[in-house]
Design a binder for this molecule. Structure first.
Ligand code: NAG
Ligand code: NAG
Ligand code: NAG
Ligand code: NAG
Ligand code: NAG
Ligand code: NAG
Ligand code: NAG
Ligand code: NAG
Ligand code: NAG
Ligand code: NAG
Length: 425
């Protein structure tokens, strides 16, 4: 095995079984984690998850692994419990995703969110069922339909539509898988990740707001496409909070992964490493992460600090602060500053981002986090249910979708936000 492959696996596995000394209180992050476990969420096939079950499982696995890696205030027995829960979640999706043809026909790109923990668990256990599932997911990317610019459709049943959402699942999986391949394959896969990001910018970026709308229709036939747009982008009309939240998280997570990979390369100088394509992707994402962050900061609610369901029309009647997107932005901004992608944390700009994220976090804590006096768990409120482009995609559509209590798409995002917030103190 090539040395850099080994390193990438180490990155994925980093400290699941090492318990770094406690530096933070870890209180809300671990409390919400335990609560999700008590509610048996993020396990597919329980029937609890509905249409986003695979995404819920993948998001819970990724969040829990990040908690273990953060080395917060968790003791050995609790770490063990969380590691076992990740395995339980992964085991629950293996029978669902191990046929590549069915993957591509049945599930949106969200299914790929399970790929990173499958890779890590395969490495830890050598269990061939995990490898088969990883390979099926990888093959399913080749079977995924694409538009004429090679943009991945988000979902087989929605011809020609590409969404921001799928990138949270696609990019980290494709990158991790790529770096375990031989040079030319690795390079092609990294280039493909860059191409998908780049197409979303070409079609969904709005110059007035500096933000990205929910998705686009390459065929320009959806009811919501603005036929008078001279650029014929096929863009949907609004910036949906959670889809931009997925986008911010995948960018900051990808930047972290690429930076660690590149700094390793510099000590190794493996000729096979796809350095040039990784550096290109890093440059592309870094620049856009910075400009998106500034635009997001500008539309935070001036009273609560939170972010609205329809992000670009903050004070319009009917709009409201949405709890999953707000937590995703808190996580992304704090992590961006911590890792130096956004601004120096000691400089004035860094302090502005930190203060904005802290304000939003405190509002989230006071408003959406529910302490259950009966069983001692934490609940999470105010998370919008699914918002689809198979709709009018109008302002009224987005603000009238039902609100869920205890959706893991919100509570897991809250764990990520808490981990960053707790690191500050
Ligand atoms: C897991 O990764 C380690 C470190 O790179 C490697 O030595 C080991 O062979 C891998 N195990 C499997 C099953 O791939
Ligand atoms: C570890 O944490 C769990 C959960 O908080 C607690 O129940 C348990 O007593 C702790 N164990 C030790 C050895 O501190
Ligand atoms: C290997 O993984 C499969 C699929 O999750 C699981 O059913 C099986 O129990 C695992 N085998 C071992 C030996 O852990
Ligand atoms: C995978 O699913 C396809 C479509 O349902 C089916 O035709 C094929 O036989 C399946 N492959 C395996 C190995 O089960
Ligand atoms: C990574 O590459 C090695 C060597 O080619 C291979 O044995 C292993 O199965 C790959 N791991 C994954 C998760 O694809
Ligand atoms: C990575 O390795 C290649 C080949 O040795 C080298 O050309 C390149 O400069 C290295 N990249 C970094 C960031 O060190
Ligand atoms: C917040 O912004 C709204 C809309 O621009 C404005 O009407 C309101 O006065 C502002 N409130 C504060 C506290 O700045
Ligand atoms: C609180 O916990 C009890 C017992 O698990 C449960 O029945 C109830 O629905 C929970 N309430 C809230 C608001 O989470
Ligand atoms: C969740 O928020 C809604 C709207 O504010 C409220 O009616 C409901 O009681 C809240 N649920 C819980 C469990 O706090
Ligand atoms: C799209 O929306 C229409 C109208 O609500 C519905 O009948 C149809 O089943 C939806 N398509 C999919 C694939 O969900």
């Amino acid at each position: 095995m090539h040395q850099y492959r080994r390193f990438i696996l180490l990155l994925l596995l980093k400290s699941v079984f090492s318990f770094v000394s406690a530096t933070t209180s870890g209180k809300f992050s671990t409390w919400m984690t335990t609560s999700i476990i008590i509610r048996s969420q993020g396990i597919a096939s329980t029937g609890l998850g509905g249409s986003s079950e695979l995404l819920q499982a993948g998001f819970v696995q990724k969040t829990f692994r990040r908690l273990l890696e953060s080395g917060g205030n968790i003791n050995d027995s609790r770490s063990q419990l969380i590691a076992e829960y990740i395995t339980k979640s992964v085991d629950s999706i293996v029978p669902r995703v191990s046929n590549a043809t069915e993957d591509a026909l049945t599930y949106p790109l969200d299914r790929l969110s399970n790929g990173n923990n499958l890779i890590a668990l395969y490495n830890e256990t050598g269990n061939s069922s995990y490898l088969e599932a990883v390979q099926a997911l990888r093959k399913s990317v080749d079977l995924q339909r694409r538009n004429r610019e090679d943009g991945l459709w988000y979902y087989y049943v929605y011809p020609e539509w590409s969404y921001l959402d799928g990138m949270y699942s696609f990019a980290p999986f494709h990158l991790a898988y790529a770096l375990n391949q031989s040079e030319s394959d690795a390079e092609n896969m990294v280039e493909d990740v860059l191409h998908q990001f780049s197409l979303l910018w070409d079609h969904c970026y709005n110059e007035e707001t500096g933000l990205l709308v929910h998705g686009y229709d390459e065929s320009l036939t959806a009811v919501w496409v603005n036929q008078n747009d001279p650029k014929k982008t096929g863009a949907s009309p609004h910036v949906w909070g959670r889809s931009l939240g997925w986008m911010m998280m995948t960018i900051v997570d990808s930047l972290e992964f690429i930076s660690s990979s590149l700094s390793f390369n510099s000590s190794l100088s493996s000729p096979e490493f796809p350095t040039a394509s990784l550096e290109k992707l890093h440059g592309f994402l870094l620049h856009r992460f910075q400009s998106l962050s500034a635009a997001i900061l500008a539309v935070a609610d001036n009273t609560t600090g939170g972010w609205f369901q329809v992000v670009e029309e903050p004070y319009r009647e009917g709009n409201y602060i949405e709890s999953s997107a707000s937590a995703m932005f808190v996580y992304s901004l704090l992590k961006g500053v911590r890792l130096g992608f956004l601004a120096d944390s000691d400089g004035p700009e860094g302090r502005v981002y930190i203060a904005a994220a802290q304000k939003a976090y405190r509002y989230i804590l006071a408003t959406f986090v529910v302490r259950n006096e009966t069983d001692g768990t934490l609940g999470y409120n105010g998370t919008v249910s699914v918002c689809s482009l198979n709709s009018t995609a109008s302002f009224e559509y987005y603000v009238n979708q039902p609100i869920s209590y205890n959706s893991v798409l919100g509570s897991a995002a809250f764990i990520l936000a808490s981990l960053e917030y707790e690191t500050l103190n």
